[in-house]
Design a binder for this molecule. Structure first.
Ligand code: WTA
Length: 671
């Protein structure tokens, strides 16, 4: 096949469509013949296959700087409570900043920051180090010390990296909350983690408008939380951005970030932390309404982030310009915007803005401007770009790109091929990276220049990672479809759920025992040993690569006074992968009309965030339940996706299903 078409010749819609159709029948794409790999790989694969623990020990010495070298590599005496490098000490911020500056690379750019109205900022490693030290001292002056939790609720501005690194410098534990979450979700996460300080912003810009973030935080009465002593506010938009008034501040409690760092000592030596000291908590959705506080520690996590960032993206820190379009509030942002790239001394682009503002070509414009060589995004974004059309990327020179990545959800082959042809010009390997908040770093992924890729498959495990497929009753499968597990510990694995060891064991290590990590995904293994991730096996919905729990959305909906009961399921969606469908029973004589749909959607947005709004609301007089009262979500999924109904004999009242199905059929596929 030809692999050199440029995006401009393909932008003629007919030609592109024909080429996509033709390539859909190609099963496997060998590494492009002229791809020159920069990072050696074969020796790692061989070493890891021979002895994974020794392999990780070698990599930990090679990639990280230790204050006290470790003598123990893995402690597996008390599974699933594994420890890595436990007698070693190091500081994450020193590994991300000081050592690069000390090596004479202080002037190297850490971030090219871009704002949506064309603003640009260049942040070097020396800049980051100075501001991190000042903020670390500022935090200390507020009484923050090792083990204290610091909440971070910031948009994609360089201060978000500074805030994370400043915590790491003094051994505080950060708890970043995605900027798109509602303030009430932030409050919940601050409350359960007993955060001592919250770092937030006066306002955040999005598509030409400014959201008054600090005012919203105040409205949520976050300052009333008993543990929360101070709120640090970055002045990002100022009075001009907030209609003439600076953000509201409560004297004694609230402090301007700029004033805090200006007054602080610019020198703050990094604290040598135990490799097993907590680095951060990141809340993620699980099977219940209560989010899980996934806890990562210092040495193992940083090793996982640094090693995979280098290996999977074939990173050459001297020449590559790397851009991950995720938000720092998700694990992808933690590992692949902050810790992996900085540990490796890479130069990244950080963009605060949407892909469709001011126009649909803004991403491609940035790639051309900064000559981005490695681009990492989500399938849902690629599908959106496909819908907007190839003419937008065609406006820009994308020839600097050499590696493309995706993460967050399975990628459909057509979107993969579009990415390959239109963005990658047919010449860039695509790495479809499978991993989770819990795994800390990428687990299954092609290696550019090494692995033959198959559109839709995350391909094979990285060195030192041991995934396997099991049947429902725990029998290993050599091929076919089963439950995905990881059979050996790896350095960047979560250590526990914050203050909830029991839920940690129960969620991940009870089904198949304490040494087998239950992923929560189903997958297929093909005869070539390639993994194809199918999706979640628990009550987690993946909307545009964002994890949401059905229970969390349900409890937000039933909190509305008009609602008696609700059940939430996922429906396949061309754009977002999965979409949320809510079956709702209203209280008393409340009427389910369009106004009520809008009200419920808005209600969910304020409880959780916009991404959790149901795409469809179906009014139900009653919900299908088993005799023990459990809602049968399987049947609701059948209805939502228009399938023939499965077995209804276990229902307390089978007539409920018939009535519901008839109603949805009468209303057509979309309410
Ligand atoms: C899904 C995001 C298919 C999967 C890094 C996993 C994927 C969940 C892929 C974790 C992929 C992630 N192919 N599915 N390449 N990557 N997933 O914790 O269901 O936000 O369990 O971490 O996303 O989501 P999380």
């Amino acid at each position: 096949m030809t692999t050199t078409e440029s995006s401009s010749t393909l932008s003629a819609a007919g030609t592109l469509e024909a080429e996509l159709e033709r390539l859909l029948s190609v099963e496997s794409f060998p590494p492009p013949a002229d791809f020159v790999r920069r990072v050696p790989y074969e020796a790692d694969a061989a070493a890891a296959a021979a002895d994974p623990v020794a392999f990780w020990a070698d990599k930990a010495r090679e990639l990280l700087d230790w204050d006290t070298p470790f003598t123990k590599v893995l402690n597996d005496e008390n599974p699933p409570f594994y420890k890595w490098f436990e007698d070693g000490t190091l500081n994450v911020s020193a590994n991300c900043l000081d050592r690069h500056v000390a090596a004479g690379r202080g002037d190297k750019v850490a971030y090219y920051w871009a704002g949506e109205e064309g603003e640009r900022k260049v942040v070097t490693y020396a800049d980051l180090l100075e501001e991190t030290q000042r903020l670390a001292n500022g935090l200390r002056s507020l009484g923050v010390g090792p083990g204290d939790v610091v909440g971070i609720f910031l948009p994609m501005i360089p201060q978000v990296a500074v805030a994370m690194l400043a915590c790491a410098r003094i051994g505080a534990v950060h708890n970043v909350v995605f900027g798109g979450f509602a303030p009430s979700a932030v409050r919940e996460r601050m409350e359960v983690s007993e955060a001592k300080v919250l770092i937030t912003v006066d306002g955040a810009r999005r598509k030409g408008r400014t959201a008054p973030v600090k005012a919203a935080v105040d409205e949520e009465k976050m300052g009333d939380l008993p543990s929360l002593e101070h709120i640090i506010v970055v002045e990002a938009v100022g009075a001009a951005g907030l209609g003439g008034q600076r953000a509201p501040m409560t004297p004694g409690r609230d402090i301007w970030y700029e004033e805090l760092i200006a007054a602080a000592d610019p020198v703050c030596p990094p604290v040598a932390m135990s490799a097993e000291a907590p680095l951060f908590i990141l809340y993620s959705s699980g099977s219940t309404a209560k989010p899980k506080g996934i806890l990562h520690t210092t040495g193992g996590y940083l090793l996982g982030a640094a090693y995979t960032h280098r290996t999977v993206f074939d990173l050459d820190p001297e020449t590559d310009i790397y851009w991950c379009s995720a938000d720092v509030g998700w694990i992808t942002g933690h590992s692949y915007i902050v810790y992996g790239p900085l540990a490796n001394g890479a130069t990244s682009v950080m963009y605060e803005g949407a892909p469709d503002y001011p126009d649909y070509d803004v991403w491609w414009k940035l790639i051309a401007e900064f000559k981005v060589t490695i681009f990492y995004t989500a399938p849902t974004a690629i599908r959106a770009c496909m819908k907007w059309g190839a003419e937008y990327p065609a406006r820009h020179d994308l020839s600097s790109l050499r590696v493309l990545g995706t993460v967050g959800e399975p990628i459909n082959p057509k979107a993969w091929l579009w990415y390959h042809l239109v963005i990658g010009g047919g010449r860039c390997p695509i790495v479809d990276t499978w991993w989770q908040t819990e795994t800390g770093s990428i687990m299954i992924s092609p290696v550019p220049g090494v692995t033959s890729t198959k559109p839709g498959s995350a391909t094979r495990p990285l060195p030192g990672i041991s995934p396997a497929l099991l049947t429902e009753d725990g029998q290993p499968l050599a091929a076919g479809t089963g439950v995905l597990v990881i059979t050996k510990p790896w350095p960047s694995m979560l250590r526990t759920l914050y203050r909830d060891d029991e839920r940690f064991v129960q969620t991940y290590f009870s089904r198949f025992g304490p040494t087998t990590y239950l992923v929560g995904d189903a997958a297929r293994l093909d005869p070539d040993g390639y993994f194809w991730i199918i999706g979640r096996i628990d009550d987690v919905i993946n909307v545009s690569g964002h994890r949401l729990s059905t229970a969390e959305v349900e409890s937000a909906i039933v909190a509305h006074e008009a609602v008696a009961e609700a059940a939430v399921v996922a429906q396949a969606d061309e754009q977002t992968g999965q979409a949320i469908v809510a079956f709702v029973t209203l209280a008393g004589d409340r009427v389910g009309d369009d106004a009520m749909v809008a009200e419920l959607r808005e209600h969910v947005a304020t409880k959780i965030g916009k991404l959790a709004r149901p795409k469809r609301v179906i009014w139900a007089d009653d919900l299908p339940k088993t005799r023990s009262g459990k809602i049968m979500r399987r049947l609701l999924r059948d209805i939502a996706e228009g399938r023939a109904l499965g077995d209804v004999t276990t229902l307390r009242d089978p007539a409920v299903m018939a009535a519901l199905a008839a109603k949805v059929a009468a209303a057509g596929p979309e309410d």
